[in-house]
Design a protein around this ligand. Structure first.
Ligand SMILES: NC(=O)c1ccc[n+]([C@@H]2O[C@H](COP(=O)([O-])OP(=O)(O)OC[C@H]3O[C@@H](n4cnc5c(N)ncnc54)[C@H](O)[C@@H]3O)[C@@H](O)[C@H]2O)c1
Length: 315
């Protein structure tokens, strides 16, 4: 019997969330199908630290398998739903897969949860729901109407809507977290920080999309985990979980170079379909309702991320 289910437990954010919950002494069931979107070896590495804990139960399987979900959720009080096909750019190539996993998978999980004794359902949404926000309307708050520009962003928007529906119709308590670009140790290998650090280490060229003046609200992983825990405990509805600070991709590369004490070989290539120009969160609601506040600066976060790469050798 487990107190908590974390879907996507072998992933970047899911593995950190599990680690935190296990440290609190809670019994955690982790569900993940080790989807090949990126290296399974990388995910197995994420799981290593969790599998050492006696209060962790790893289940290899899919959120699309309702019978499996019924079996797992019958004993669970809280569901943290992080499993998804991530990645805006990839979603442009395979929209149907994103709809299946990120929308239908979420509905199946909600449906089993409402029939069992689940007290709270937390859903990992994304800043991608906002789409392009004009410069003069940033930072963005939860009141802004979603306007996604990728299948991934649309799937997250729909996931939030389904959470709201299950709350209104069936009384299942839900909360949706709009994460802003998350970084830190174990970040997915397809994301900018990981790609850039790995390539600079190996003296390989890095590719910057567009002119590099696009900005991102980069949020450190432990702040994301804290925001998620607080929201699940006290929140209802939708929350931005971000750093409330933004830097350009060029500034980000400058910081990585400074911290690694190494020059990057940069190649600028065309802007990618689905990529928004700017992200920048307003976090007043999370501050007020949850007592959330980001604690780790971008410089400190990059130092920890680089250190992690030095300790973990990847091909
Ligand atoms: N990393 C970010 O910057 C970011 C930003 C906004 C939102 N999010 C959301 O947060 C969540 C976690 O993101 P992440 O960066 O850790 O991604 P990740 O890919 O590292 O983790 C997701 C995990 O879900 C698993 N998964 C995929 N399909 C599954 C299925 N059908 N059944 C069971 N497991 C399945 C994958 O194997 C993977 O381990 C996702 O929902 C993502 O959309 C992430």
């Amino acid at each position: 019997m487990s107190d908590i289910l974390v879907t996507g437990c072998a992933g970047f954010i899911g593995s950190h969330l599990c680690e935190n919950l296990l440290k609190q002494g809670l019994k955690v069931a982790g569900l993940d199908n080790l989807d090949p979107y990126y290296s399974t070896e990388w995910k197995e590495n994420n799981l290593k630290v969790l599998k050492k804990q006696s209060n962790f139960n790893f289940i290899k399987g899919s959120i699309l398998d309702s019978n499996l979900l019924k079996d797992i959720i019958k004993d669970v009080e809280i569901v943290y739903h992080l499993a998804a096909l991530p990645g805006v750019r990839n979603s442009i190539k395979t929209p149907v897969k994103y709809c299946e996993t990120d929308v239908l998978g979420t509905i199946k999980l909600l449906d089993v949860s409402r029939n069992m004794d689940v007290k709270k359902f937390a859903f990992a949404s994304s800043s991608s729901v906002y789409g392009e926000v004009p410069e003069n309307e940033l930072p963005v708050s939860e009141d802004r109407k979603p306007n996604p520009i990728s299948p991934y962003g649309l799937a997250k928007t729909q996931g939030e809507e389904w959470c709201k529906m299950f709350e209104e119709v069936y009384g299942l308590k839900t909360v949706s977290l709009r994460y802003f670009t998350v970084f830190g140790p174990r970040q997915r290998p397809d994301e900018a920080f990981s790609k850039f650090i790995m390539r600079i280490m190996k003296d390989e060229e890095i590719e910057i999309y567009g002119d590099g003046n696009q900005t991102r609200d980069f949020t450190y992983i432990s702040d994301i985990v804290n925001g998620t825990l607080l929201a699940c405990e006290k929140g209802n509805g939708i929350y931005n979980i971000g750093s409330n600070k933004r830097i350009s991709v060029n500034e980000m590369v400058d910081l990585i170079e400074k911290i690694m004490n190494k020059k990057a070989q940069i190649k600028y290539i065309e802007k990618q379909l689905g990529d928004v120009t700017h992200t920048w969160s307003k976090i007043d609601k999370a501050k007020r309702d949850l007592g959330y506040g980001p604690k780790v600066s971008i410089e400190e976060g990059i130092k920890r991320h680089v250190e992690w790469f030095k300790m973990n050798k990847f091909k």
